[in-house]
Ligand binder design. Structure first.
Ligand SMILES: Cc1ncc(COP(=O)(O)O)c(C=O)c1O
Length: 439
């Protein structure tokens, strides 16, 4: 079993004094010393000086293999030559135009050609913005006030959808009919009243809830949590049929699940949602997002004919993000997914081996370029089974492997990127094996 938290935190403090000093400096001017909440980690964040391929180097000169890929975004690694070249070319043309560029149509065509469900495309500033605009679009389209989403799913940081993202189980109601719980104080009063919470994977309950609310629910937002939850692929097909029958819009969140395959999770399972949300990979690892889907919905944004809705955003569709996104999409060829298949299978079998050797109850799962493992009795198929797992052991293993030169994080899975080879996978598996045997 890994060593104690006290020992590991002390070892990290000793190994990374420059990161510690940097964090302490930041505490005077930034809440918690960091520029965003996700950067906090115990005993202090590790500050990165530079990144290349699948590696990052910290301020103290340590080199790590990075299995977090910038919150899953850098699927091509940190320095893909064709993306850097495209970004450099875009920067040389000027930093901002405030006017359209030819990259827009190129990118939109690339997306439409890749995803059979998509007819029209708009660019936003982030995944959060994409889901915000989708919320208005589905309500305006159907004339219904509510949104259905799954317990434990995160679609962005705004009041319409940041409901039951990680609810306190004491307030979350029954597993088959969860209560909507606002994620934060300060959200608009009644935010949760406009959201219906669904349980992942439970067909009968989902059907019952949606049928009961069929005149109220405009759309079902669905993130398959590909590689994070172990969800039966046919669940997406079931949702597609049910939403179609009930006249609800099916919105698929592919911000992370694009990692599942060439055409994302929707391509993997063969489902065509009405709308899709993207960000991260689709923005080539730069800030940006995409809202895309059927023309009858997307054309509500058509300003040339007097649009029903307006979608603004100073930096939406800026040519630098478009250049990065387009070069990234073009680099994500079928060969890349075959490479991921090899790496993923190696990682899953390696993890099963070292976890088995250690004699612990654990679950390993993965799809495309994401793999997850957790310590628990039952398979992780939804939020409730996830929070039953032993998060503390996972956190201790995260610290043990960090000290051995590997970065991984809880929540978004172990992310594979193109420059990785078998040796990186075997290295991580070896480090996890050592962590499990540490004393
Ligand atoms: C599944 C999912 N949807 C939406 C978002 C929001 O995207 P962004 O951070 O670009 O606003 C995230 C961010 O992590 C996400 O994981």
């Amino acid at each position: 079993m890994p060593r104690s938290r006290e020992i590991l935190e002390e070892e990290i403090r000793l190994a990374t004094p420059k990161s510690r000093a940097q964090w302490e400096r930041g505490t005077a001017t930034m809440p918690g010393g960091v520029i965003k909440g996700a950067y906090w980690m115990a005993p202090h964040p590790i500050y990165v000086e530079r990144a290349e391929d699948c590696y990052v180097w910290d301020l103290d000169g340590h080199k790590y293999v990075d299995f977090t890929n910038h919150h899953t975004a850098m699927v091509l690694g940190h320095s893909p030559p064709t993306v850097i070249e495209a970004v450099n070319k875009a920067v040389a043309q000027g930093l901002g135009f405030g006017a359209p560029s030819t990259l827009e149509a190129e990118m939109a065509e690339e997306i439409v050609n890749r995803f059979p469900s998509i007819e029209k495309v708009r660019f936003t500033g982030s995944g959060t913005e994409s889901s915000l605009h989708a919320t208005r679009m589905v309500r305006a389209f159907t004339g219904r006030p509510k949104i259905a989403k799954f317990e434990g799913a995160y679609h962005g940081s705004h009041d319409a959808l940041e409901i039951s993202t990680a609810p306190d189980i004491a307030r979350a109601g029954p597993a088959d009919s969860p209560t909507a719980v606002a994620s934060w104080p300060g959200m608009a009063r009644g935010s949760e009243d406009n959201v219906v919470i669904l349980p992942y994977g439970q067909r009968e309950s989902v059907e019952l809830i949606l049928r009961e609310q069929k005149d109220e629910v405009a759309a079902v937002f669905f993130d398959a949590k590909a590689g994070i939850y172990d969800l039966d692929p046919s669940f997406a097909l079931f949702l597609r049929d049910l939403t179609r029958e009930l006249g609800m819009v099916m919105v698929m969140d592919e911000v992370v699940s694009f990692r599942a395959g060439y055409s994302g999770y929707q391509g993997h399972v063969g489902v065509e949602p009405d709308l899709t949300l993207f960000a991260k990979i689709m923005s080539g690892g730069l800030p940006g997002g995409v809202l895309a889907g059927k023309a009858e919905l997307m054309d509500m944004l058509d300003n040339s004919t007097g649009a029903t809705l307006n979608q603004s955003g100073t930096f939406s569709g800026n040519h630098i993000t478009l250049a990065a996104g387009l070069a990234t999409l073009r680099a994500l060829t079928p060969d890349v997914y075959r490479h991921f298949d090899v790496l993923r299978k190696r990682l899953i079998s390696g993890l099963e081996r070292v976890l088995g050797d250690a004699g612990v109850r654990a679950n390993v799962r993965g799809i495309g370029s994401i793999v997850s493992f957790d310590f628990g009795e039952r398979p992780v198929q939804d939020y409730r089974s996830l929070i039953e797992t032993d998060r503390e052991i996972f956190e201790l293993i995260r610290m043990e492997v960090l000290l051995r030169g590997y970065v991984m994080a809880a929540g978004l899975g172990i992310c594979l990127c193109v420059p990785m080879e078998i040796e990186h996978i075997d290295g991580l598996v070896g480090a996890i094996g050592e962590a499990l045997a540490a004393e």
